[in-house]
Design a protein around this ligand. Structure first.
Ligand code: ZN
Length: 351
């Protein structure tokens, strides 16, 4: 199989400076979830975590909540030197226009975004069609992103084919969760004949065969959902790192990726996890032109794997200083946090 070759990613030679970091799999809508009321009962497996937490939360989202969760998520990413976010969105009762709301919020903060809407059958045929239509509306209007799909286990064969058909018509890849848990272990068989090199395959923990595309590894989320270790290099694909919605701090995700790798293999070094972090820039190549000046030098995998709390001092995106002395220049951070808190209260009241 032919994984795309990573671009030369960091061409920066200045001490303590890197290109922009990329979050290769995010769910910005989850920014308002922290501290939410406990589910009606304790989930005992991945399917129950979806049913009792995430599928209740995403059904309660409206466009105002989506806007302020994206503003907060983009702010938190920028504050950690992440200049590009590859987002995977779901809001079954506020689908139309949702991707533009997210893209606009990221642009306002000064962070690059690649968006998609997760097509699924879990909300019936009308919900499936509305999700497909939102991908098409956004991408045809010039939006940047993928055609989104939830996961094979919530998609009929005809829905999956509709996703693949739209992606092919638009010349885009598909961004989909793949075998995140055993419940989706048939994904490899169902996707084998469909994937192309421009697909983004999130998780792949239980994937049983090679597929074409880039693998987005989300080590902390996988641990948090107790789905197992992905061993992301075993299939031979290019690997990038994502947070799966747990913030936008990619240096922290790198550290977790390394230590999870090391837990599995005592000969593992931080160089592999660092290469996954850098490969994120194949998803948003312009991030290689962004500049992040860090509070720490040297920028070296062995140093950074064991140095928590390293933070950006200045971030330049597309030639514009968007973070100075650790503070955003385009938006007011306390204001965003206050508005997001208001929206979180509205959201939680609906649960
Ligand atoms: Zn995800």
């Amino acid at each position: 199989m032919s994984a795309p070759t990573p671009e030369p990613t960091d061409n920066v030679s200045e001490p303590g400076v890197t290109s922009g970091l990329v979050c290769g799999h995010h769910h910005l809508y989850s920014a308002l979830a922290r501290g939410m009321p406990a589910p009606p009962r304790t989930p005992h497996n991945f399917q129950e975590i979806l049913e009792l937490v995430w599928w209740r939360l995403d059904c309660a989202l409206d466009l105002d909540m989506i806007r302020w969760s994206a503003m907060l998520g983009a702010l938190e990413a920028l504050e950690r030197g992440t200049t590009a976010i590859v987002d995977h969105h779901a809001s079954p009762n506020a689908i139309e226009g949702s991707l533009s709301v997210i893209a606009d919020a990221c642009a306002e903060v000064g962070v690059r975004a690649s968006c998609c809407y997760e097509v699924t059958d879990r909300n019936g045929p009308d919900g499936m069609r509305a999700g497909l239509a939102e991908n098409e509306r956004f991408l045809r209007s010039g939006g940047r992103g993928f055609v989104g799909a939830h996961a094979c286990f919530t998609l009929s064969q005809s829905s999956l084919e509709a996703v693949v058909g739209l992606a092919s018509d638009l010349g885009k890849g598909v961004h989909i969760h793949v075998a995140e848990d055993r419940v989706d272990s048939a994904a490899g068989e169902r996707l084998e004949a469909l994937t192309t090199d421009d697909w983004l395959l999130a998780h792949c923990v239980h994937l049983d065969r090679p597929l074409r595309g880039t693998v987005a590894h989300n080590p902390r989320s996988n641990m948090n959902n107790a789905v197992g270790y992905a061993r992301p290099q075993r299939l031979g694909n290019t690997v990038v790192l994502g947070t799966d919605g747990i913030g936008g701090d990619m240096l922290e995700e790198f550290r977790i990726a390394y230590v999870r790798h090391r837990e599995d293999d005592v000969t593992a070094t931080p160089v592999d996890a660092w290469s996954w972090l850098e490969s994120g820039r194949i998803l948003v190549p312009e991030a290689a032109e962004d500049r992040v000046r860090w509070s720490y030098d040297p920028i070296d995998p062995w140093h950074l794997a064991f140095t928590p709390g390293v933070r950006p001092v200045e971030v330049v995106v597309a030639g514009e200083v968007v973070l100075q002395d650790g503070r955003p220049t385009r938006v007011d951070a306390p204001e965003i946090r206050a508005r997001a808190r208001e929206q979180a209260k509205r959201l939680w009241a609906r649960l």
